[in-house]
Ligand binder design. Structure first.
Ligand code: SER
Length: 320
């Protein structure tokens, strides 16, 4: 991995992955791309960047060729709740972008990464400690995209020898760029609201467990998987990764250890609640550990302490 093209570079993962990759591989070896064109969006990205609509296959190929990349990290996608609102757009963007990126990887012989998700599971999947290989019959458009994406990545590996790799991310919690349109977003919002107002109204109900992970662990997973010995990867597309299985009240309890007056209440969004109910309570990440040695570091107390400290500095710098 020497020269890396990243799509969706201004999204929740991309905003932090770019900086991390540039630290590891060198600024000029990481090409950040996103559909956003306006200059102000790029101020945080100190290095090569291009505007790119991932549904434009030729434009993606031209950028990859121009920079002679040997790795593609394809992040651009609509998340679960937005995909449910706009299923046709989600299919066109999530699947159209993916097949374009895989085609570039095939033509230019690039290594390839794209994230799958806990959304690739559905209501008939075993709910607790969900195995790496199990029933995948999701009932959301996002889930349909993710399962199709996993299969497509396997196909490009088996048929064309493209070195495709992926993880099934749980909800990712971070303080740099907000997620948008996901079902697990509450677990980010709760920290922002704790700092800003001291209370949070959750759109996900009490007692709803979902898997979560802190962004530093997610970045570590991507780099570790891409650096792993190809011969050791049995499952490839895509590995269960997680650290925390939690319900909204668990986040509230963790926040209360730092802010005793924090208040949580509920106003359920039926669309996102139905999506959450169709996903596992907890997934089994042992294949990632066995095949490429990944173990996430941040549990809920450690994540909470770090999130609150970082957000305090970001949102209320004069209050410290
Ligand atoms: N965080 C994503 C979502 O909620 C799941 O992959 O859509």
């Amino acid at each position: 991995m020497k020269k890396i093209l990243v799509t969706g570079a201004l999204g929740q993962i991309g905003s932090e992955l770019i900086a991390k990759l540039r630290g590891v591989y060198g600024t000029d070896n990481v090409i950040a791309t996103d559909i956003k064109r306006e200059k102000q969006y790029w101020v945080t990205q100190s290095g090569p960047h291009e505007s790119l609509d991932v549904t434009n296959a030729q434009a993606m190929f031209d950028i990859a060729k121009k920079y002679e990349v040997d790795t593609i990290m394809h992040l651009a996608a609509l998340l679960s709740a937005t995909a449910e609102e706009k299923p046709l757009l989600a299919w066109n963007l999530n699947m159209g972008g993916l097949i374009n990126a895989l085609e570039v990887a095939r033509e230019l012989q690039c290594q390839f990464f794209t994230p799958s998700s806990i959304g690739a599971f559905g209501p008939t999947t075993p709910k607790d400690n969900t195995p790496q290989v199990t029933i995948q019959r999701p009932t959301t458009m996002y889930g349909v995209n993710k399962v199709s994406g996993e299969l497509l990545c396997d196909y490009y590996y088996l048929k064309f020898g493209v070195d495709t790799r992926g993880v099934r991310f749980p909800g990712l919690i971070s303080y740099v760029a907000p997620p948008g349109g996901g079902t697990t977003d509450y677990a980010v919002e709760i920290y922002y609201e704790a700092i800003q107002t001291g209370r949070y109204t959750s759109y996900i109900s009490q007692g709803t467990y979902m898997d979560m992970m802190y962004m530093p662990d997610a970045l570590d997973a991507i780099i570790k998987l891409m650096e792993a010995d190809s011969g050791k990867l049995v499952h490839r597309n895509a590995y269960n990764v997680t650290k925390i299985s939690a319900q909204p009240e668990d986040f509230a309890a963790a926040i209360k250890t730092h802010m005793p007056n924090f208040k949580l209440d509920y106003n359920i969004d039926p669309v996102r609640q139905a999506i959450a109910d169709s996903w596992p309570n907890s997934i089994d990440p042992s294949a990632a550990k066995e095949e490429w040695g990944f173990a996430a570091a941040y549990d809920l107390p450690k994540l909470t302490a770090d999130m609150l400290e970082k957000l305090q500095k970001k949102l209320r710098p004069n209050a410290i």
